[in-house]
Design a protein around this ligand. Structure first.
Ligand SMILES: *Cc1c(COP(=O)(O)O)cnc(C)c1O
Length: 432
């Protein structure tokens, strides 16, 4: 392993303190020096980032940098451009139009905005679901699988609504039989359903068509349910693959979809897109004089730079480059899975996913170095466009090397992960 101080090094805490009393002979406390140091640190750390679905290096920073001189604020409704003029709402609407087309909803029928990320999209989608069904019955019930992102249970707590946690299959996908049972327990109350298009940990995709069928079978009519699709990561993967059985589309009875802009698309600042049906949105607010518009968003002031970043990425990549990125990432994910299998390391890769789940490394330092995200006995690597084959090879070699020392000690053995990833993927001594 490379020197730990090299990889995890951070600028001395004392130079980062805002008010520093110490004498500064070498100019260490000079803010420019501290920033240069930080830049160096990031350049190194970016090579060891495998666990989170972020696009960690942005190539067009020089192009975008001049815009940072201005305070861009897209306050309020993107479709109402009124008093505050330094905004990028035209870019925002262009991005929204692109996503509306991707998800089959005509311009005149949708409403949406650029959020701070997937969480805000989820909070917004679930809020619309709840409020739009309130007339029917004051108590809506939120259904989400146990593999849902933590922002879903946060929404339930914030809005004080009942959350029915639905079981998940080994793939991470919602167990629709369990959904059926739970719907039948709450007949007569509106069902707000969070559908995962790529779960956070395993990249599992819920079967949206089956969910709709089960709602019908349980006699929930279309005005009694609201489906929000959390497509944070896979929302920009699935549309570019052939043969995916149940794609997101507003031709189906869904209410909203959100996707992150800093994940697959690659913006350097957290952001996301939320699209819903125009007919749902008016329940949220009346006119607010101060902003000369309706208050339909979660945040008031909104980042005006991120819409331009998203627009630039879409404009320069287009469908074609995104499609190439998707196929390349899935290919590299397969490569990683095959290499792990060959080394007899328990692992799983879902179809249509760039998330490789595998046995959690035993050494915390290793986990920190590679910035892995772990859950129980598992860890995952998400093969993003910025993760190269060289990165993966280096990772695999180091993992294999480290395992020799972890397991040589004799008191540790790879855990059995049959329950989490299935018998065919588990390579523990009992299942090999
Ligand atoms: C990343 C993620 C989110 C949250 O997105 P943020 O942009 O981090 O708020 C929500 N849902 C899923 C499935 C995710 O993977």
């Amino acid at each position: 392993m490379e020197g730990k101080e090299n990889i995890l090094r951070i600028t001395p805490k004392s130079s980062i303190e805002v008010e520093n009393e110490e004498a500064d002979e070498n100019g260490q406390n000079d803010p420019i020096h501290v920033l240069n140091d930080f830049h160096k640190f990031l350049s190194i750390r970016a090579n060891y980032h495998l666990g989170y679905p972020f696009h960690i290096k942005y190539e067009d920073s020089d192009t975008m940098a001049p815009l940072l001189q201005f305070h861009l604020n897209n306050l309020g409704d993107p479709f109402v451009d009124r008093n505050y003029g330094l905004n990028s709402k035209q870019f925002e609407v262009a991005v929204l139009d692109w996503f509306a087309e991707l998800w089959d909803i005509p311009k005149e029928d949708y409403w949406g905005y650029i959020t701070n990320g997937g969480t805000e999209g989820n909070l917004h989608g679930i809020l619309i679901g709840l409020v739009s069904k309130r007339e029917l019955h004051p108590e809506g019930v939120l259904y989400a699988s146990q593999e849902s992102h933590y922002s879903i249970s946060k929404a339930a707590r914030m809005y004080r609504i009942k959350l029915e946690t639905v079981n998940a299959l080994v793939t991470g996908e919602m167990d629709c039989q369990d959904l059926r049972n739970k719907l039948l327990l709450n007949r007569g109350k509106p069902a707000i359903i969070n559908v995962n298009i790529g779960t956070t940990f395993k990249g599992g995709v819920d079967d949206i068509d089956l969910i709709i069928k089960i709602l019908e079978e349980c006699e929930f009519s279309e005005d009694q349910f609201y489906i929000h699709c959390d497509a944070a990561l896979s929302g920009l993967i699935i549309p570019f693959l052939n043969d995916v059985p149940n794609k997101v589309s507003f031709k189906k009875p869904i209410g909203s979809v959100c996707v992150s802009g800093h994940k697959f698309l690659g913006c350097p600042i957290p952001c996301g897109v939320q699209i819903t049906r125009k007919k749902h949105i008016n329940v949220l607010s009346n006119n607010i004089d101060y902003i000369a518009s309706k208050d339909l968003t979660i945040s008031g002031s909104r980042n005006g730079h991120t819409p331009v970043f998203m627009w630039y990425s879409l404009k320069t990549k287009g469908h074609k480059q995104l499609e190439t990125d998707v196929h390349e990432c899935l290919k590299r994910a397969c490569f990683l899975k095959d290499q792990l299998k060959e080394a007899r390391i328990s692992c799983m890769l879902n179809e249509f996913s760039n998330t490789v789940v595998f046995e959690k490394p035993l050494d915390d330092e290793f986990v920190l170095k590679w910035q892995l995200s772990c859950k129980g006995d598992l860890a995952h690597v998400i093969v993003m466009p910025t993760v190269t084959t060289e990165n993966l090879k280096m990772f695999i070699d180091e993992l294999k090397q480290s395992r020799l020392s972890w397991f040589q000690k004799g008191s540790f053995y790879p855990s059995c992960v049959e329950e989490e990833i299935g018998e065919e993927n588990c390579d523990c001594d009992a299942h090999f």
